[in-house]
Design a protein around this ligand. Structure first.
Ligand code: ADP
Ligand code: MG
Length: 246
């Protein structure tokens, strides 16, 4: 893999909370246009890993490179890095006191200095593309959880981030709302968005991810092409995990 094709490159990432080491030396690369799924039991470190990439957690050791730039250097401006990365989490992604359109356009306008008219045009186009054009002026509480997560995803891609981080974006949703969110993620993946996502949706990971990374106790226990990890896992721990999940 040529280095220019590598969007995210993690080497030797370690992170402790108090006495508990949550990430124990993570090496991981995500190539341009690749979709990588992080799987693993609750507490295995998936969210912490995603949060370190977004500089929401400071790492204790290791290096995080975004397109070759060491973003784990403490002198780096975290806001400037986050402006290059889209992120959507499990809960509470939208500002309740802002309209859907303002939610979608706020960062584009304030952080990326996109003129309001351009931001609103793009925001409306994106909302239309997910069937929510009529909700542009509504407040988030008028939307279902699935609609809110789709708006959050659209907001995250407003300015064409170099990397999209998704942390269990469907796990707080009622089952009937999961499909519409996964369909949007799938369409972004098909469109070439580079995605690193934690998910407990195993069928989705198998279908959409190019590569699956199994975290166990803060270490990568196994990784490989999705079809291989799911059909012929090499490690006993992976087999046990999948047997519980599938
Ligand atoms: P996952 O997303 O795979 O469920 P997490 O990354 O959320 O795992 O958590 C990994 C471990 O780190 C868990 O034991 C969790 O309790 C702990 N942890 C996560 N965030 C914090 C924090 N801010 N302070 C203390 N412990 C934390
Ligand atoms: Mg988590």
């Amino acid at each position: 893999m040529a280095s220019t094709e590598t969007v995210l490159h993690l080497t030797g990432i370690r992170k402790s909370f108090g006495d508990s080491e949550v990430l124990r030396g993570i090496d991981l690369e995500v190539a341009a246009h690749e979709v990588v799924a992080l799987i693993g039991a609750s507490g295995s470190g998936k969210s912490t890993l995603l949060r370190t990439v977004n500089l929401l957690e400071r790492i204790d050791d290791g290096v995080i490179r975004l397109r070759g730039e060491d973003i784990s250097d403490p002198r780096v401006n975290a806001d400037r890095v986050r402006a290059r990365i889209g992120a959507v989490f499990q809960h509470y992604n939208l500002f309740p006191h802002l309209s859907v359109l303002d939610n979608v356009t706020l960062a584009a306008r304030l952080v990326h200095r996109m003129p309001r008219a351009d931001a609103e045009q793009r925001g409306r186009d994106l909302l239309a593309s997910i069937g929510l054009a009529d909700f542009a002026g509504a407040y988030p509480d008028r939307l279902s959880g699935g609609q809110q997560q789709r708006v959050a995803i659209v907001r995250a891609i407003m300015t064409g981030p170099e990397l999209l981080l998704l942390d269990e974006v469907t796990s707080a949703l009622d089952p009937e709302l999961v499909g519409e969110v996964l369909a949007l993620v799938r369409s972004l993946a098909d469109g070439g968005t580079t995605i690193l996502m934690a998910t407990h949706e195993m069928a989705f990971a198998r279908d959409v991810a190019d590569r699956v990374v199994f975290l166990d106790g803060g270490r990568i226990a196994e990784q490989g092409p999705a079809h291989e990890v799911f059909t012929t896992p090499r490690e006993a721990r992976t087999r046990e995990f999948l047997a519980r999940m599938l």
